[in-house]
Design a protein around this ligand. Structure first.
Ligand code: DQA
Length: 140
């Protein structure tokens, strides 16, 4: 099974950025944990702060991979271009958020991409990614 993880803007700062919200671990450290839990899954990780690069990556692998775990960061809340990219590919996309966006500012309550995603997981810290992988493995 091949799973692409895509992280959007500011998620390169995990571990340093607002640790009270996003935790102390860098994504690289967390990836070691995931690779340890799922030795049989081939993971590819991509992070960009640039909207178009996220779209290009979705196009590039969206017909090849068994699933995409996408944390689109703030683009979640307003990128119609990302919504269209998700709609345009075959691989199922699970939307994830580290924080519980519904307990935060009102502008974070709406996701523009959710309607194109297979499901949404938020609020479980970095474990949100593992839960998304479980969903892809179960092929719900
Ligand atoms: C986030 C939530 C977004 O609202 C925010 O802009 C992020 C991170 C999360 O993982 O909790 O950058 O997607």
């Amino acid at each position: 099974m091949r799973i692409q993880i895509i992280n959007g803007p500011n998620l390169n700062l995990l571990g340093k950025r607002e640790p009270e919200i996003y935790g102390q671990k860098s994504f690289e450290e967390y990836m070691d944990v995931l690779r340890g839990i799922y030795p049989d899954i081939e993971f590819e990780c991509f992070q960009s702060n640039v909207e178009g690069e996220l779209i290009n990556k979705i196009h590039e692998i969206g017909f090849l991979y068994d699933g995409i775990v996408l944390n689109a960061g703030a683009y979640t809340h307003y990128s119609i271009a990302l919504l269209d990219a998700i709609k345009g590919v075959k691989s199922p996309v699970i939307e994830v958020h580290i924080s519980n966006v519904h307990r935060r500012e009102e502008f974070r309550h709406h996701s523009i991409i959710s309607s194109a995603c297979k499901g949404v997981i938020c609020g479980f810290g970095l474990d949100s990614y593992r839960l998304a992988i479980e969903a892809l493995k179960a092929k719900i």
